[in-house]
Design a protein around this ligand. Sequence first.
Ligand SMILES: Cc1cc2nc3c(=O)[nH]c(=O)nc-3n(C[C@H](O)[C@H](O)[C@H](O)COP(=O)(O)O)c2cc1C
Length: 160
Amino acid sequence: MTKVLIAYSSRTGNTEKLARAIALGVEREGGEAVVKSAPDVTKDDLIAADGIIFGSPVYFGSPTAEMKDLIDRSVAARKKLRDKVGAAFTTSGHITGGKETTMMTILMAFLIHEMVIVGDPLETGGHYGAACKGAPTAEDEEAGALLGVRVCRVATKMKS
Ligand SMILES: Cc1cc2nc3c(=O)[nH]c(=O)nc-3n(C[C@H](O)[C@H](O)[C@H](O)COP(=O)(O)O)c2cc1C
């Protein structure tokens, strides 16, 4: 079964809610979703996953320090994440706010790990990942689920 790790940073729950919606999409596609708070993610969690999705609120246009710490700790899995599928998600306080810069920071780390990165599907925007302002609405949650579906589908193909 394709395993997708969804790691989030969240202080007031918005990003965690989006993480759980993404997990439902992975499960809809027949995959196993592992949802973890960023500080709880270990090197072994990263290595065991076929797909890795990181999400963070926008803090001053960037991921949180907690998410950056996970990215920095991922150096322990250097060379072991090659060809895994990666994607990003975020929530912000403002309509623009820095969602794209936050997701790109996550995706840049995945590129450095030689991962294969995917964005959200065209039906939900077709850009850099799943993103919303504040608490996710039902529509935002469905967009998140479709990102989960996409990552699981591509990760399954990469495995075969
Ligand atoms: C320290 C801090 C910095 C923030 N910086 C931004 C920002 O640059 N742009 C923005 O739109 N929202 C900013 N926000 C708002 C959060 O991104 C937003 O409330 C987010 O949905 C919180 O996610 P969470 O509920 O998962 O913690 C900031 C919040 C905090 C606490």
